[in-house]
Design a binder for this molecule. Structure first.
Ligand SMILES: C[S@@+](CC[C@H](N)C(=O)[O-])C[C@H]1O[C@@H](n2cnc3c(N)ncnc32)[C@H](O)[C@@H]1O
Length: 287
């Protein structure tokens, strides 16, 4: 397995390449991706006046939701390693209209002190499994919380519980250029937190108490628009950058191939229903 620095560099490179696709599809991601974070939002129940950190906030949709729940006396701060995504989040949710909302560029694994800490609560949707050194990152998260603070995060379970992800990559792959390395074993990637025992060990080693890992099965709904839906999920995944770099006929072939593989998730006339299997991970800091 490559060393931590190499894995971290791979993570940064991946998100540098993936950011334009995530920015382009940010509105659809907020809407269709909502069920991926709903269990964590519900468990966290942000209270008026609280200060909340959103780790791996992407283009800021969940941070805005947290800020709305925290109300005028509270604050939500989104942190993400991707500068372009943080800039997009600031454009989408300008400070004049969202005074309780702030976005910061930082790698949660290497930042010394999380700006604005200590927080009452930390939220994270689909980001913790991407860390090269998850104990280091989760230790920083724990240190960013006040005593008696709480963490609620969602991460993907295994690939079998999320078959649309393979379909998007497999369909596109023959029509696009080279893809990034496939993660192996515990290497960071969408399924690196598939083993709940590993997740518990990481959070416990990071100093958290009361760690729980619970399965949730959710559905991502999308309208009955074959090619735009195929393009959205290609661009969210590892084939996204190669897809965007390809000529128009290859992109059309990739979308058509993915749309064919997505047929099994389609209810004609009603739309797509993609099953997603996630863990809700919760933990607390010592009182
Ligand atoms: C799968 S995306 C999820 C984005 C957003 N939370 C959502 O659900 O739409 C993962 C995000 O985590 C960010 N990320 C990955 N590793 C990170 C790290 N070590 N520190 C901060 N952000 C990180 C990526 O830049 C990316 O925006």
């Amino acid at each position: 397995m490559p060393g931590t620095d190499a894995l971290r560099a791979r993570n940064h490179e991946f998100w540098a390449q993936a950011a334009p696709g995530w920015i382009r599809h940010a509105d659809r991601q907020d809407k269709a991706g909502r069920p991926l974070g709903a269990a964590a939002m519900e468990w966290l129940r942000p209270q008026p006046g609280e200060r909340i950190l959103d780790v791996g906030c992407g283009c800021g949709g969940t941070t805005a939701e947290l800020a709305a729940a925290a109300g005028p006396g509270g604050e939500a701060v989104g942190v993400d390693l991707s500068d372009p995504m943080v800039a997009a989040a600031r454009r989408r949710f300008p400070r004049e209209r969202h005074p309780g909302l702030r976005f910061v560029t930082a790698d949660i694994e290497t930042v010394r002190d999380v700006p604005g800490a200590p927080y009452d609560a930390v939220f994270s949707r689909m980001a913790l499994m991407l860390q090269a050194d998850p104990v280091a990152g989760c230790t920083t998260i724990r240190r960013s919380l006040r005593r008696g603070g709480r963490l609620a995060a969602t991460v993907f379970r295994d690939g079998g519980a999320n078959p649309w992800m393979f379909a998007a990559t497999l369909g596109a792959a023959p029509h696009v250029g080279p893809l990034p390395p496939v993660p192996m074993g515990d290497e960071p990637g969408p399924f690196a937190f598939a083993d709940p025992g590993r997740v518990r060990r990481i959070l416990t080693a990071a100093g958290f108490d009361a760690v729980t890992v619970q399965p949730y099965d959710v559905t991502l709904d999308a309208p009955d628009e074959g090619e735009p839906v195929a393009e959205w999920l290609i661009e969210m995944g590892p084939a996204g950058p190669a897809y965007r770099a390809g000529p128009a006929p290859d992109r059309a072939a990739a979308r058509a191939a993915v749309a064919r593989l997505f047929e099994r998730f389609r209810e004609p006339g009603a739309g797509y229903r993609f099953p997603a299997g996630i863990w809700l991970v919760t933990a607390e800091t010592a009182p």
